[in-house]
Ligand binder design. Structure first.
Ligand code: GRF
Length: 201
């Protein structure tokens, strides 16, 4: 399955996916494109170093989200992309891409959804005082972090955690959970029944 990753920043999840692929853990996945909305995203450098095609388009150059996504879609079609992995992509995905890739867009979120969606999952979890947080890989739908859940990993929250320390502990689990979910998707081992994602392995 030909995949595009979308990233706005550091790209450590994207790197984890590439490493999993290098190790033979994603036999049916081929990363054919890294797209970024940010010209200075480190994820772009990660892709370039690995010889993966990159695309950067700034939303500022488009009047509407639909126009922006149409432009992205032209390239996705050229490259015959079959599914998308959002990996620290800090924009909402609109109808244009959702309709082109139904149940074919995954995202990773650093909290146990449906708790603490949105931009500040770690901070919100800490402030709420939960003792367990974690990460969630889910299909993307029109809401904010609301789509059907594919994989979750739990992480202990410790009394002396700061946002950064908790984020680092969760990130280790993200790097395991995302390849697992992408492997299931690319091997055709996921069936979605309403909100429930059934693993066929
Ligand atoms: C991760 O914490 C991910 O869960 C969230 O954004 C962060 C991206 O980190 N969606 P990276 O760019 O993959 O290093």
């Amino acid at each position: 399955m030909r995949l595009a990753a979308f990233a706005s920043g550091r790209g450590s999840n994207f790197e984890a996916l590439l490493t999993a692929r290098d190790r033979g853990n994603l036999p049916e996945a081929e990363f054919a494109l890294l797209f970024s909305d940010k010209a200075d995203a480190r994820a772009l450098d990660v892709a370039r170093q690995r010889g993966i095609d990159t695309l950067h388009l700034s939303p500022k150059d488009f009047d509407t989200r639909a126009a922006y996504e149409e432009a992205i879609l032209v390239v996705l079609r050229e490259k015959q992309i079959e599914a998308i992995c959002l990996a620290g992509y800090m924009r909402l995905v609109g109808d244009t891409l959702l309709e082109a890739y139904p149940r074919r867009i995954l995202n990773i979120h650093p909290a146990l959804l449906p708790s603490f969606p949105g931009l500040h999952g770690h901070r919100d979890a800490l402030e709420y005082g939960v003792k367990i947080s974690g990460c969630t890989v889910h299909f993307v739908d029109a809401g904010v972090d609301t789509g059907p859940i594919v994989v979750q990993r739990a992480v202990e929250v410790r009394d002396d955690d700061t946002e950064d320390i908790l984020a680092a502990r969760i990130l280790l689990q993200e790097h395991e959970a995302y390849p697992e979910a992408v492997d299931l998707l690319t091997q055709g081992k996921l069936r979605v029944e309403d909100r429930r994602v059934i693993r066929l392995d």
